[in-house]
Write a protein that binds this ligand. Structure first.
Ligand SMILES: *[C@@H]1O[C@H](CO)[C@@H](O)[C@H](O)[C@H]1NC(C)=O
Ligand SMILES: *[C@@H]1O[C@H](CO)[C@@H](O)[C@H](O)[C@H]1NC(C)=O
Ligand SMILES: *[C@@H]1O[C@H](CO)[C@@H](O)[C@H](O)[C@H]1NC(C)=O
Ligand SMILES: *[C@@H]1O[C@H](CO)[C@@H](O)[C@H](O)[C@H]1NC(C)=O
Length: 735
């Protein structure tokens, strides 16, 4: 507080004491007449003379009390300093100056006061809606009878007071109190405390301003829980708390213990709890706190036990083959430290190896045997809880594909028996065997007999059928199905397939002889054999020996004699052979001695005649019977058969064109003979009589005329007697 001096003009209360003085000698005091000084300050009164060489000064109070100050005089000036100002300085002070005989005096009234800064006091933080007391305090006031105090809220005057009590010489504290109920609109308004101290016509004013802080107590404290108040063991939860209030409340999380005590957890609005255990269930409290209040709310979290289940693998049933290895697995879900035990339903030995680790236990059955055909039970104990799961072991054996056996070769029309065998089956009362030819089921059998004991059995299905060639390339399938005990599951299947190939035994053998089975010695002959069958039969030519045995000759279809001998006569056998059978046939070859050269062709009178002569060309065949005689004249392009009478052809008047080669051919069963001569006609003159020879076929004079049809029948009969004799071939060679 800076020193403050109040100078008051006017001279109403000033005493004037005038002593004799010269005109020139003068005294002044400053300030004049009156001074108002604040207690504790330092003030000075100054007396100054004029018109005197060396004045002397003296200071006193009117009532002659102590000065309570220090005087300092220097030349024409004397200063009275009061430091600090106190109640004892409230006097009328006189300054006397003496100059020789002259004496002057001046007086001044010193009044003191005290007026400190004002204080505003509140009964507490202002809360909306709650009456509160505001106190405006003016400490150490003097003189208290000239004080006026005002209290304002913004522009609104709350209270004013003028203090008029009797004054004692002491510092007193004055205050002004107001009770009001803050509203939210008061926030930011100014609370003003103002005081005026009237010491003179103009009062001294002090003012203190305080900005209004209005608060609201926390309320509407709300907790949101994510994902849920109900949790599973091991789960996590996040809770967020909010609370309304001014200033914004701080959030405190705590947990309510069983005895009601709150255990602090966090000062963060968001509280995340992880790996929750059952013991973490309970009441969680959130409190919103600010300087004027608190509001709390609570939430109950329920941590539920994890659901505990037992699973068994590979399923409720498992089928395992004898000799295989099977692992049954039992898994506990939702249990931290489960304990396992295995047993069979009928409490027989497990016949397997148990291994348990963590949440899993396995039972290994290796190798699987009939002793493992049980219901296995896995019991899991988890704390107080106990669960059991079962698995039905089905033991089977079905190790090999069926075997197909045939009683023999497949031959068309010959019954054959098929035997389909399924080895080492268990349980055979679930076995079904089916035989199929192509798409057609030939036979089907369920083996429903009683099972007497647990053992591997070999089962077979047999059936007989007559193959036909249409069966070739078809598949013969033996399908074995081992049905499961469980109706809905697919049966196990194994199958074997044979592709059918149906043989055909060789059919009747056909032999053809060319040119003829009766031959003249030295002439060639070929015997051709054929036979149908599946597969194509092999051909074997043999000669039948006199003792009836066969002497193999050739495996070619054709047996060729380039030049036959008499010894070649006999029976020749051709066999058609394949795996399905043999067919045979024989043919007789007759070789006859070469006949005498008895055909004669003559020209009479001569082979050389003159034009116009008569010539007889005659062909005679001696004693050979049944001979064809053909008389021909060779032509350039073709031969002309001449019409002869008894083998004689007469040219009445020979012409040059009759010259040429004449041939006589005789044919018998064993061959033909040919004779020829050349006729020469010597020309004399041109003969107009042209003679065209007629066509003629003749028999020898000694033979009978046999009609053509009769010939055919004759040769056909002959062919039948000697085996297969090609009529076509025969005719070709005879005509
Ligand atoms: C918290 O505030 C609400 C109003 O928002 C009130 O109903 C509740 O009683 C309060 N709770 C406490 C514990 O003060
Ligand atoms: C509250 O938690 C959030 C998220 O976990 C974090 O970002 C924030 O700093 C925390 N506040 C306090 C006051 O701890
Ligand atoms: C079929 O084959 C099985 C096994 O080889 C055999 O035991 C059974 O006797 C056979 N059946 C016939 C009719 O051959
Ligand atoms: C044919 O004549 C020959 C002699 O030339 C004779 O040996 C043969 O016996 C005769 N045959 C007939 C059937 O007359």
């Amino acid at each position: 507080m800076p020193e403050k001096m109040v100078t008051i003009s006017g001279a109403s209360a000033v005493l004037w004491i005038l002593f004799a003085a010269s005109q020139a000698f003068n005294l002044e005091i400053s300030p004049e007449y009156r001074m108002v000084a604040q207690i504790g300050d330092s003030v000075s009164l100054t007396c100054t003379t004029t018109g005197c060489e060396s004045p002397s000064f003296s200071w006193r109070t009117q009532i002659d009390s102590p000065l309570n100050g220090k005087v300092k005089t220097e030349g024409s000036k004397s200063i009275l300093t009061m430091d600090p100002v106190s109640f004892e300085n409230e006097h009328a002070y006189l300054c006397t100056a003496t100059c020789g005989s002259g004496k002057l005096e001046r007086g001044i009234q010193v009044d003191v006061y005290s007026f400190q800064d004002l204080e505003i006091q509140l009964s507490g933080p202002l809360e909306v809606g709650k009456p509160a007391m505001v106190k405006c305090l003016a400490p150490d006031v003097y003189p208290a009878d000239s004080l006026e105090m005002d209290l304002l809220k913004g522009d609104h005057l709350l209270k004013t007071q003028l203090f008029v009590e009797e004054v004692k010489k002491s510092l007193v504290t004055k205050s002004l109190e107001v009770t009001f109920t803050p509203v939210i609109e008061d926030i930011g308004k100014a609370l003003v405390c103002r005081a005026k101290l009237y010491m003179d016509s103009e009062p001294t004013t002090r003012e203190t301003v305080k900005e209004l802080q209005v608060y609201t107590s926390p309320k509407n404290t709300v907790i949101s829980v994510y994902p849920s108040r109900r949790l599973q063991e091991g789960g996590a939860v996040t809770m967020t708390c909010s609370s309304e209030g001014l200033p914004a409340p701080e959030i405190f999380w705590s947990r309510k213990l069983d005895n009601g005590v709150l255990q602090p957890l966090s000062g963060n609005a968001t509280l995340t709890l992880v790996a929750m255990r059952m013991e973490d269930s309970g009441i969680y409290v959130c409190e919103g706190v600010n300087l004027i209040g608190r509001n709390k709310t609570e939430v109950e979290l329920i941590v539920q036990e994890k659901p505990f289940t037992v699973e068994i693998f590979p399923g409720s049933r498992v089928a395992a083959q004898v000799g295989d290895s099977v692992v049954l697995t039992c898994v506990a879900v939702g249990c931290d430290s489960p304990s396992f035990s295995w047993r069979t339903q009928i409490d027989s030995p497990l016949n397997g190896e148990v291994r348990s680790e963590g949440a899993k236990s396995t039972l290994t059955l290796s190798p699987v045997s009939f002793e493992n055909e049980h219901s296995y039970l896995c019991t899991v104990t988890c704390a107080r809880r106990k669960l059991e799961k079962g698995i039905q072991m089905e033991v089977y054996s079905f190790p090999k594909d069926p075997e197909i056996e045939m009683s023999g070769l497949l031959v068309q029309g010959r019954p054959v028996t098929v035997n389909c065998t399924v080895p080492d089956v268990y349980p055979f009362d679930h076995l079904e065997i089916e035989l199929l030819k192509g798409e057609t089921v030939l036979m089907n059998k369920y083996f429903l007999e009683e099972m007497s004991m647990k053992s591997l059995e070999t089962k077979s299905l047999e059936m007989t059928f007559i193959p036909t060639t249409e069966d070739t390339e078809k598949a013969l399938v033996c399908l074995a199905k081992l049905h499961s005990g469980e109706a809905e599951s697919e049966p196990k299947q194994r199958q074997s397939t044979r592709t059918l190939y149906v043989n055909v035994a060789p059919k009747e053998v056909i032999i053809s002889v060319s040119p003829s089975p009766i031959l003249r010695e030295g002439s060639p002959v070929s015997l051709t054999c054929s036979s149908d069958g599946l597969p194509a039969p092999k051909i074997l030519w043999s000669r039948q020996l006199p003792n009836g045995r066969l002497q193999p000759l050739s495996e070619e279809r054709m047996l060729v004699f380039t030049s036959t001998k008499m010894e070649d006569s006999g029976f020749y056998v051709c066999e058609g052979i394949n795996q399905a059978g043999i067919s045979k046939k024989s043919v007789e070859l007759q070789i006859i001695q070469d006949s005498p050269k008895d055909i004669q062709l003559t020209a009479f009178p001569s082979q050389s005649v003159k034009e116009g002569d008569t010539v007889i060309i005659s062909c005679t065949c001696g004693n050979v019977s049944q001979t064809w005689i053909i008389l021909k004249k060779k032509g350039k392009t073709e031969d002309k058969v001449l019409k002869s009478v008894d083998g004689a052809y007469t040219i009445l008047k020979a012409q040059p064109q009759d010259a040429g080669v004449y041939e006589c051919e005789s044919k018998t069963e064993v061959g033909s003979q040919l004779r020829s001569l050349t006729l020469d006609v010597k020309g004399r003159e041109t003969n107009e009589d042209y003679f065209s020879p007629e066509l003629l076929a003749l028999y020898c004079a000694s033979s009978l005329v046999i009609p053509a049809v009769g010939m055919i029948i004759y040769f056909a009969r002959k062919a039948n007697m000697k085996g297969s004799y090609s009529l076509v071939e025969a005719q070709k060679s005879k005509v």
